[in-house]
Design a protein around this ligand. Structure first.
Ligand code: CUV
Ligand code: SF4
Length: 660
């Protein structure tokens, strides 16, 4: 291995691949070479106008440093935070918008390859939007739902529709502090406007605008995306799959779908199962066609079809370095341009498919929902034709782990009482009694600057040991899955006795994979349902619940952290604070937000402290709600057998091997 080469990944398979090809540069090498600028790293740099860039540093910078315009350090740091939030909201917003337009195209008959798969979910959403659905044609209802949700993006006045799902008390807090969001397009524009040179010079006011913007993301863009994806492709139910870079096979044509938007990926899922395609693959000497996912497109097709995942963000380059990928198809977000460079070293064809993402050197197919299946066939066929071109032997790994995923809000409700008695009562009771100490949403990216995926793994094991139920999304789910943590057996081995008892009784793993990053909106819906059920807090704020993004990278992660904070969930992010330079900004995001919303956004680089802080938030919330004091090891004496019938259903739902 090249000297000083640091591979900070906690996944043995990824490390093995990179170690076997020491000359192949990856994001880990670039992270070593690229030291972060220490001034920007702490939020003390502003380049919003050309009198700068200004660096607000020095002794007592907080009170004395000023940019040329006179902006203080808290203002500069708050503006930085707010613009990250706007960037993240724009990303999730655009994703939601694309889904909404796809639904409209389907309803109007312009996208023949898609149809409304989950009519029940369509009706549920229609009900929330006060759209009549009884006795009407499905596509008429779908058109009305799509139209109403599309209006939400550019809503100039009033509030986004799905806000009505939040508990009354949560909504009252938003009104009281003036952060009820209008459409996300308007909120993003306002944050950009407010933070340009010579505008808002009050850190608290800037950060409030950021919170309002982020709410338009969580209860708008992201929630719209989740709902419509369920309507079009089905609401997830538990399903068995596999995770790790070991999912690729030498015998089969390997195709990867990577990014976030599932529309084209869904078509590829169909096409790789077409007998003619499989027969065509055989003519090229392949056994069959093997489809795998990465990042959140992976989560989308894993949740609904059991397509295996090759992992999260830092696995993009190692995946191609297996030398086994015949086509690497990307849509939007978190696609590192470096993949094209790696692909050049092998035979891999990279397909970009969104007009918003062009990478020189990649083959571009402009996704058009009216030709979706045809385009999917074009990609799959190109992959098959590319199969005989495999040249350089990459590094093949075989290790892989079983995964159970597919936990939607609807299924979690259902598994606690069946279709007619679906509720959150058992979970609320288990929390109130102290069997389950609290709930953590474990989310966000895996980061090459830290032991990538390792902090997710550490926190996952420690939290469940402490009887904390985990709901996971995004690349955190990939990290947990790739470590073998997403199975019910995991509950028996590692969970604390109280949590184990509850998991066994209901037949669930202690870590529930809820889906992609936009599906963090499922956590908002779940928390709202728990508040409505009663017995804990009557709003989202004050629940024994915490959000953690220990290896966050993106602006999207910041926007998510902010909508959880505004909704009443304290969030702990890993790494140094991007606004560390300003004590005032840190104070607002930690203490002021907690006072106003019972949420917070704090940063903590030390994983052990993240754990302690999360448990502390949970225990304090329990004390405030006057719930039974959590006592480790108190429960778990009565053995309740897991519902084997339910387990068998899950096994049955496993994906049939394609092409054999
Ligand atoms: Ni959908 S945002 S790296 S966890 S996909 Fe993973 Fe996200 Fe990107 Fe971060
Ligand atoms: Fe400097 Fe103010 Fe311009 Fe920022 S807006 S670059 S602080 S002069």
């Amino acid at each position: 291995m090249a000297k000083d080469k640091k591979i900070r990944t906690a996944q043995p398979s990824a490390a093995q691949i990179m170690e076997s090809m020491p000359d192949q540069e990856t994001c880990f090498d670039r992270a070593d070479k690229m030291k972060p600028c220490p001034i920007g790293h702490e939020g003390a740099c502003c380049k919003h106008c050309y009198m700068g860039p200004c660096r607000l540093v020095g002794k007592d910078a907080e009170t004395t440093a000023k940019g040329v315009c006179g902006a203080t350090l808290p203002v500069v740091a708050a503006r930085y935070m707010a613009r990250m939030c706007a960037g993240g909201t724009a990303a999730h917003g655009d994703h939601g918008r694309d889904m909404a337009f796809t639904l409209l195209a389907v309803a109007e008959g312009h996208a023949k390859d898609f149809q409304v798969k989950d009519v029940r979910k369509l009706y549920r959403v229609a009900g929330d939007l006060n759209i009549e659905f009884e006795g009407r044609q499905v596509n008429d209802v779908a058109r009305d739902v799509a139209t109403k949700l599309i209006e939400d993006f550019s809503r100039q006045r009033g509030e986004v529709n799905l806000l009505s799902r939040a508990p009354k008390k949560t909504q009252e807090r938003w009104k009281k502090y003036g952060i009820v969001p209008r459409g996300m397009d308007r909120e993003v524009v306002e944050v950009m406007d407010r933070t340009t040179m010579g505008m808002d010079a009050d850190a608290d006011s800037i950060l409030s605008a950021a919170l309002r913007c982020s709410l338009a993301n969580g209860w708008g863009g992201s929630m719209i995306s989740t709902d419509i994806t369920d309507i079009l492709f089905g609401t997830p139910m538990p399903i068995k799959a596999e995770a790790s870079l070991g999912i690729f096979t030498e015998e089969d044509v390997n195709i990867v779908v990577h990014g976030h938007e599932p529309s084209l990926a869904e078509m590829i899922v169909d096409v790789v199962q077409e007998p003619e395609m499989i027969a065509y693959a055989k003519t090229k000497g392949a056994r069959g066609i093997n489809l795998g996912g990465m990042c959140c497109t992976a989560n989308e097709v894993l949740m609904r079809h059991g397509i295996p995942t090759a992992g999260g963000f830092t696995n993009q380059e190692p995946a191609i370095m297996t030398g086994l990928i015949d086509a690497f198809t990307v849509d939007v977000q978190c696609i590192i341009p470096a993949i094209v460079e790696v692909a050049k070293q092998f035979h891999t064809i990279v397909f970009t498919t969104s007009d918003k993402v062009r990478i020189p050197g990649a083959t571009h197919i402009s996704f058009d929902e009216s030709k979706a299946k045809e385009q999917a066939r074009q990609i799959v066929k190109a992959a098959i034709d590319n199969f005989p071109n495999r040249t350089k032997k990459g590094s093949h790994v075989t290790e892989k782990f079983p995964v159970i995923a597919g936990f939607s809000h609807e299924y979690i409700e259902y598994m606690q009482g069946g279709r007619w008695r679906a509720s959150f009562r058992p979970l609320n009771d288990a929390i109130a009694a102290g069997r389950v100490r609290g709930v953590v949403g474990l989310a966000g990216c895996d980061n090459p600057r830290w032991p990538s995926t390792g902090i997710h793994k550490y926190l996952a094991t420690e939290l469940i040991k402490n009887d904390v139920l985990i709901v996971s999304t995004g690349c955190s789910s990939a990290a947990c899955g790739g470590a073998g943590y997403l199975t019910p057996e995991m509950a028996l081995e590692n969970a604390g006795p109280g949590l184990r008892e509850v998991c066994e009784a209901i037949g669930i793993p202690p870590i529930l994979h809820l889906g992609a990053c936009v599906d963090n909106s499922r956590i908002l819906t779940i928390a709202s349902a728990m508040a409505k059920e009663g017995g804990l807090s009557d709003e989202i704020g004050g629940m024994p619940a915490v959000g953690i993004a220990p290896e966050w990278i993106t602006e999207k992660a910041i926007a998510i952290g902010m909508y959880f904070a505004a909704s009443g969930v304290p969030c702990i992010f890993g790494g140094e604070s991007p606004v560390k330079a300003s004590k005032e900004v840190v104070r607002i995001m930690t203490d002021v937000w907690f006072e106003r919303f019972k949420g917070a956004l704090v940063f903590e680089p030390d994983p052990e402290k993240i754990l302690a802080m999360a448990l502390d938030y949970i225990d304090k919330a329990r004390a405030n709600l006057k719930l039974k004091k959590y006592e480790p090891g108190k429960f778990g004496t009565e053995k309740v057998l897991m519902d084997m019938a339910a387990r068998r259903e899950i096994e049955k739902a496993g994906r049939p091997h394609i092409g054999l």
